[in-house]
Design a protein around this ligand. Structure first.
Ligand SMILES: Cc1cc2nc3c(=O)[nH]c(=O)nc-3n(C[C@H](O)[C@H](O)[C@H](O)COP(=O)(O)O)c2cc1C
Length: 571
């Protein structure tokens, strides 16, 4: 069956752009019809949340001692954290802060793990990789590693000879691959999400990649490192670099789709360096080991539209995106006074992050906290605002807010234009009777506007698939993407990047909520077109890509929390 038949297009071979547009339309949730999914939980085929490569050497990472005093605010003050040297300890701390387990939950006889990075349905489709140089106590040659979160360990997938490592490092112009630099990669097992969520699952996998990318960036910041997405690498090269194209290592096991590669370095300049020569797929000089485990005994259902959209969004090698941020606000303009104090350590915020399962419907937040959370979502003029320094494009995700309880702010619908130049176009595409009043006392660089006063708790709940968390928080929001123009500008592959950007926004909201003593939750289930209607968006050019809620959490007292690792058992 061709793509065009799969996604309901009529005559002719479908272009990548048509496949993406058709996928997006057909995976919308409507009031009267949800996107196609199995409709029940097929427990017999539930996928294993942990990929392992049998036969690959396992390098255990020592569990870092808890209690690092680095304050949370310092994550955002680039250059204020002295870079840690690359070592067994720093690699361990990096993965602990980026992708590790943070708790096991128990209800009756059932236990399940939770991680630093969130995931739709806690299904965790995202797999993490590192390509590291030779390092004492990790490996005496450069190698490709898969991160095994349950063991907090690295599986050595491939050993690279010195020539191959030098080729990778030499892709960067002189001086921009300093000692201590390495690569990280992310991939997705689409089946893990599709098992439960059917056709919409590709969207959720991409959100999760965005959360994980922010998580990697934040972990790097905690160690004084920079991280930059290598956006010009083709998906074919990436598959080769991470070993995902090796049919012989997967056999019947579920494949992983290559998503992204990033460079981590103790001292990257801003703006960040481009590759001087393109990174190349592995040729010789690489010795592979390990076979992927099978995650489900069988797949009772296939979702071919996911394969179709995955294929349509694969990237060829391209030139890196370079954009001008000179019109963006400075840190002072965004925050008023830059934040140099706070409640939590970075570690408490990162490892303590949790989704609220319910909101209390009563907690209000201060205007100061609200403005600070929103200011974190905007890149600065100097391109130094973490995590926005990791991605090269100007924001394509803007925020439509449902404000319920923010002290001193009228409840109602608000908008935050994450790119100040997009205010005028947002005014044009949204309801013509929105008032677009600047919010009083808001820092001058924060493009935040009141659109319409009123109680929008019921509206927020309704459009978020009837989930009370959206109406019972202090505020909830829709992430509205400059969708068609983004795809026209950067190509169909950028469909993924829009979800990544939305996921990064979400990851910051999670941490900012922790720092404010409250909680938040990602909301992937929302009724797409009713959200557009709420903001008066008629044009297909602008589409809602993700929802979020922030407020006072209600804990589920029936659950017991257990520690993430029992390291005595492991030694
Ligand atoms: C992309 C995405 C979509 C999500 N959608 C919903 C949702 O619609 N409703 C909800 O209650 N939680 C949602 N969540 C929260 C997840 O259920 C939660 O992240 C997961 O159970 C793991 O828990 P943790 O975040 O505390 O680690 C979503 C999370 C992500 C990352």
């Amino acid at each position: 069956m061709s793509f065009r038949q799969l996604i309901g297009l009529v005559e002719g071979e479908a272009s990548a752009a048509e496949v993406v547009a058709a996928y997006h339309e057909r995976t919308k949730h409507h009031f009267h019809r949800y996107a196609a999914a199995l409709g029940y939980m097929d427990w017999a085929t539930q996928p294993d949340p942990f990929r392992r490569y049998a036969g690959a050497d396992l390098v255990r990472l020592p569990l870092p001692k808890a209690g690092r005093p680095l304050p949370y605010w310092q994550l955002y003050a680039n250059a204020s954290v002295p870079p840690m040297p690359l070592s067994l300890e720093s690699v361990s701390l990096f993965f602990r802060y980026a992708l590790s387990l943070t708790a096991w939950k128990q209800s009756g006889d059932t236990t399940w793990p939770l991680r630093v990075n969130p995931s739709s349905g806690n299904l965790h489709p995202t797999e993490g990789y590192a390509i590291l140089p030779a390092l004492d106590q990790i490996g005496d040659a450069a190698a490709v590693y898969h991160y095994a979160p349950k063991e907090h360990a690295l599986e050595r997938r491939a050993v690279l000879d010195a020539k191959r490592w030098n080729e990778l490092a030499d892709s960067f112009s002189e001086g921009s691959f300093p000692d201590g630099s390495f690569f990280v990669g992310l991939s997705s097992v689409h089946w893990r999400e599709a098992w439960k969520y059917g056709e919409r699952a590709f969207r959720y996998c991409q959100h999760d990649v965005g959360h994980a990318l922010a998580s990697l960036r934040i972990a790097a910041a905690a160690l004084g490192w920079r991280l930059v997405l290598l956006d010009s690498v083709s998906d074919g090269t990436l598959s080769s670099l991470l070993g995902l194209d090796r049919d012989e290592d997967f056999a019947a096991a579920e494949r992983e789709e290559a998503d992204l590669l990033a460079l981590i370095s103790p001292e990257l300049p801003a703006p960040l360096p481009a590759e001087s020569k393109p990174l190349t797929a592995h040729g010789g000089g690489v010795l592979w080991q390990g076979r992927a485990n099978t995650l489900s005994p069988e797949h009772s259902v296939e979702w071919p539209v996911i394969d179709a959209v995955a294929q349509a969004t694969r990237r060829c090698e391209s030139s890196p995106i370079k954009e001008d941020f000179s019109g963006f606000p400075s840190e002072d303009e965004l925050f008023g006074t830059p934040i140099r104090q706070g409640l939590l350590t970075a570690e408490r915020a990162i490892l303590g992050r949790r989704s609220a399962v319910a909101m209390d419907g009563s907690t209000a937040i201060s205007r100061t906290a609200f403005f600070r959370m929103l200011a974190r979502l905007i890149p600065t003029q100097e391109r130094r605002a973490m995590p926005w320094d990791a991605i090269p494009w100007r924001p394509r995700i803007h925020i439509g807010l449902f404000v319920h309880r923010v002290d001193g702010l009228a409840p109602g619908i608000y908008a935050l234009a994450r790119d100040p130049d997009k205010v005028d176009i947002l005014k044009r595409v949204m309801h013509s009777d929105f008032c677009w009043h600047r919010v009083p006392d808001c820092p001058p660089g924060l493009p935040l506007y009141l659109l319409q006063e009123g109680d929008c708790r019921a509206l927020a709940t309704t459009v978020s698939c009837g989930q009370n968390i959206a109406g019972d928080g202090a505020f909830s929001l829709a992430m509205i993407a400059d969708y068609k123009d983004s795809l026209a500008t950067y190509g169909s592959g950028f469909y993924r990047n829009l979800f990544w950007e939305a996921g990064m926004v979400g990851q910051l909201l999670y941490l900012e909520a922790e720092e404010s003593g409250i909680r938040s939750t990602g909301i992937g289930c929302y009724f797409d077109d009713p959200v557009h209607a709420a903001f008066g968006i008629e044009a297909r050019e602008w589409q809602s890509f993700y929802h979020f809620t922030v407020g006072g959490p209600v804990d589920d007292g029936r659950l017991t929390t257990l520690p993430p690792y029992n390291f005595e058992e492991q030694q």
